[in-house]
Design a protein around this ligand. Structure first.
Ligand code: PLP
Length: 435
């Protein structure tokens, strides 16, 4: 065997399962360590004064400014961050990626980098509560007008929202959340991307189409393949997968991601070395965890759909054959995921009664962890969303959202069954919150 360097792993033809384990890392770059080390240094030494000048020049003026420059200071970039970004990009099929301290850090930096006062933003509805709060609070305060799209499957609906928006100012961003939280409403990414092209001709500037892919994640939906400019994901959920970290990802072209990463440096919302390492570790089991959780979710959704105390389930696997949503789902998504909501017969009292009876499911917001979670949407994740908006999108007092984990499906179903059995029987338990 020659003493030369072994070739790097090439992504072409490799499956996500393989890329998630090894892509972008060469043990020879770190003492032969099979796993990437955590580099905790906040600053990086220059070998010479000229090198210091060259490094800064590469960061600020290079051919791919900041992305391919050597390390300077950990807020700009660090080894764990650049390795993670390579893996996030390859999993999303993107040219470039930037990782952030949270999903909201990625969303807010994207909006701030691609919008200016006087612009408007079109967005699907409902939005995750934090995104809704950002657009309708601080960004509206900067003179940026958010305009909801009533139906993300209908070109007429997108065009009507655009007319309202254009009366205020040019559309800078079209923000799509699909599937939506917690209604699982679908938007047609390809149709919206094509519409952005039409708007470009009309207003002389293409709106940036950003898709929040948090609900399905990169293994089940690839928005960039359907024409989106940017894909935003809360890594806190499926990618992190253990409910023990916060992170966010932005993927897309160098041209669209670059300005957001530069802004990240100024805002100081990069991902730190330890979290980057945790995520690299989590990504290795992402396909395995996803497969198990998705199978569990299918079984639980079927159990709930057939239960007499359940009024409806928003599981994507149950979309009606022949419906517009099903047609787009089949084209756009590779699976139904493991987070969905259901409506219990009754209202808040019945929902709370069931929640307080569960033993295996944890009652908490968030999703995508190894453990199964459940929460009452109206009083938790959607607390900030105004009542009339919640009504429009079908989040009412009976709505419960569940994120299915990787436990044994029989145990999860038995837990739900015993909790549902107790609802409305006049049993001897009380809701811990009163009312
Ligand atoms: C759809 C969606 N987008 C974005 C976020 C924000 O992510 P993070 O909590 O990592 O900031 C969440 C969090 O729940 C979410 O559900």
């Amino acid at each position: 065997m020659s003493g030369g360097k072994r070739p790097d792993m090439e992504p072409e033809g490799l499956h996500p399962d393989t890329l998630a384990v090894g892509f972008g890392y060469d043990p020879q770059d770190a003492y032969g360590a099979v796993k990437p080390p955590i580099v905790l240094s906040s600053t990086f030494a220059y070998p010479s004064a000229q090198a210091a000048k060259d490094v800064h020049q590469a960061y600020f003026d290079g051919p791919s400014p900041e992305r391919d420059a050597p390390y300077i200071y950990a807020r700009l970039d660090h080894p764990g961050l650049s390795l993670l970004q390579k893996r996030l990009a390859v999993l999303d099929g993107a040219e470039d990626a930037a990782a952030f301290a949270s999903g909201m850090a990625a969303i807010s930096a994207t909006m701030l980098a691609h919008l200016k006062p006087g612009d408007s933003v079109l967005h699907t509805t409902p939005l995750y509560g934090g995104t809704h709060g950002l657009l309708h609070g601080p960004l509206a305060g900067l003179g940026i007008r958010p305009v909801p799209i009533a139906d993300g499957l209908s070109r007429d609906s997108v065009a009507a929202a655009a007319e309202t928006a254009l009366a205020h100012g040019p559309v800078g961003v079209i923000h799509v959340e699909s599937p939506a939280n917690p209604t699982a409403g679908i938007a047609d990414i390809a149709m919206i991307a094509a519409f952005a092209g039409e708007l470009a001709e009309r207003q002389g500037r293409r709106p940036v189409v950003s898709v929040d892919n948090t609900f399905l994640g990169s293994l089940l939906q690839k928005p960039l393949e359907h024409g989106a400019d940017l894909c935003i994901t809360s890594l806190t959920k499926y990618a992190g997968g253990h409910s023990d970290l916060l992170g966010g990802s932005l993927t897309g072209s160098l041209e669209r991601v670059g300005p957001v990463r530069m802004l990240r440096t100024l805002l100081g919302t990069h991902m730190d070395p330890f979290t980057s390492w945790l995520l690299l570790r989590s990504l290795e089991t992402f396909p395995l965890r996803n497969g198990r959780a998705n199978a569990n979710a299918g079984a639980i959704a079927a159990f709930l759909r057939d239960h007499p105390k359940v009024a409806g389930v928003t599981y994507l696997g149950f979309l009606e054959e022949g419906s517009p949503a099903k047609a787009v789902y089949d084209r756009q998504c590779a699976g139904a995921g493991s987070t969905f909501s259901f409506k219990i017969r009754g209202g808040e009292a019945e929902a709370f009664a069931m929640l307080d009876r569960l033993k295996v499911f944890r009652m908490a917001v968030s999703l995508g962890g190894t453990e199964s979670l459940i929460c009452h949407s109206a009083t938790t994740t959607h607390y900030l969303v105004p009542l009339e908006v919640r009504r429009e999108v079908g989040v009412d007092d009976s709505t419960l959202r569940i994120s299915v984990g990787i436990e044994h499906p029989d145990d999860l179903i038995a837990d739900l069954a015993q909790a549902l059995d107790a609802v409305g029987t006049g049993g001897n338990f009380q809701t811990s919150r009163g009312s």
